[in-house]
Design a protein around this ligand. Sequence first.
Ligand SMILES: Cc1cc2nc3c(=O)[nH]c(=O)nc-3n(C[C@H](O)[C@H](O)[C@H](O)COP(=O)(O)OP(=O)(O)OC[C@H]3O[C@@H](n4cnc5c(N)ncnc54)[C@H](O)[C@@H]3O)c2cc1C
Length: 465
Amino acid sequence: MDSEFDVIVLGMGPGGEVAASRLLDAGRKVAVVERELIGGECGYWACIPSKTLLHPPALLAATRGAAGITGAALDWADASAYRDTMIRHLDDAAQVDGYRERGATVFKGAARITGRAAGRIRVQVGDDELTADHLIIATGTTPVLPQLPGLEDITVWTNRETYTVRELPHRAVVVGGSAVGVETATFLAGFGVETTLIQRGGSLLSREEPRVGELARQHLEAAGVHVLLGASPARARREGDDSILVLESTEKDTDSPDPAAASEVRADVVVFATGRRPRTEELGLDAVGIEPDDHGAIPVDASCRAGEGVWAIGDVNAVMPFTHVAKYQGRIAADSILGTARTAHYDGIPRVVFGIPDIACVGLTHAQARSEGLAVESVELDVAAALARPWTQEREPEGHLGLLADTNRRVLLGAWAVGPEAGEWIHYAALAIRAGIRLEVLRDQVAQFPTFHEAYLAALDLFES
Ligand SMILES: Cc1cc2nc3c(=O)[nH]c(=O)nc-3n(C[C@H](O)[C@H](O)[C@H](O)COP(=O)(O)OP(=O)(O)OC[C@H]3O[C@@H](n4cnc5c(N)ncnc54)[C@H](O)[C@@H]3O)c2cc1C
């Protein structure tokens, strides 16, 4: 097998795939290295199975709200069989063949960087030693579990067990109230699992506007999830088939239904959605003079360059842990290698939680804008009260849109939307923020009637000036 390349792509999740494809299309000699499955975490255990499994309960909720549909029901056997198709039955043979046909040399195995020789970077994969002018590191992240006494005695799941599950548990506890925790609780409860969600802080989705967390909680509770805020597991134990978490209260001022009253939760499985750590520990980064930060992430410049001839893209650099960002950075790094210097900009990149309904955010929060010293004004629109579209779909619709504007520059800084398909219509705000479109221009835009996009016009009218 060849051992000398223009570029080695290490890790073939969405970031690595986009970079490798672009380089192959440009005729470069590329080696791709993947220790598990081409497609990465996203394709098999994260984005794809979660969105596939969240859709049926979301659709069921929509049909229950709609007039003229009766008899809709969930079918787990069918949903999970389709999930298996979507995750290719955890088999990437077609992807391996596809990359080979496109001219890549594919190495299956864990790679380790071993150093530099004559200006080239050396990488070891099993018995193979590869060299290249450029190395793109796209190794993603791995879940972090809390140090909990008794953890080894209980049934612990991460996203991997959750999204490849064949037989649903009767009861589940989800620990962690960020996007992954909220989606996981939504999926499990949607398929009838008795679900408790535990969040250490006083609100869900704590990086977003507090109002977003509040709405997320209302929708989860309406879907039957028992939400415990201000509570954290202190230890774990098993009793028969039951996995038990002993909780401690972490917030005095939470308005949660008394965390102390639920000092223990009992379930068949405990799903930890408690954060992720970049996979850098065994990469041999020191061999090329790269030092990860305290969280294990690879520091990069605006072109995703981590060092001479070394690039780091996607979750491993911890800039924004999303597939669309990994893919964007894949394009940035590949183009820079191909000689078109590009820098990444992170304004106006959406952050969507695929709950029921969608919870979509973009840009700055009020607190972030204030900490940057910006003069801001925010508005919130009751979308159902203002528009026709929600009523054409549901008998008792709900939806909310929040906008945050810079009152000096007269542009949008941030937006959030909680409502049907909000993950689609947030892109209007995303583009407005990224392009710095002035409020006057946005106000003059004409949206199709009746659509959710009309919410922006109604919300913009709520700004004072
Ligand atoms: C449950 C869940 C749901 C999510 N849903 C969404 C969503 O809907 N939308 C969204 O934008 N984001 C979502 N994310 C985040 C998304 O999965 C990540 O942002 C995305 O996978 C990052 O892509 P990546 O290419 O950086 O890494 P990954 O997808 O993690 O791929 C990294 C690859 O590198 C390989 N690798 C690691 N070390 C080595 C090594 N030493 N040698 C060779 N190969 C190696 C791994 O095996 C893996 O295949 C979700 C995450 C989770 C956990």
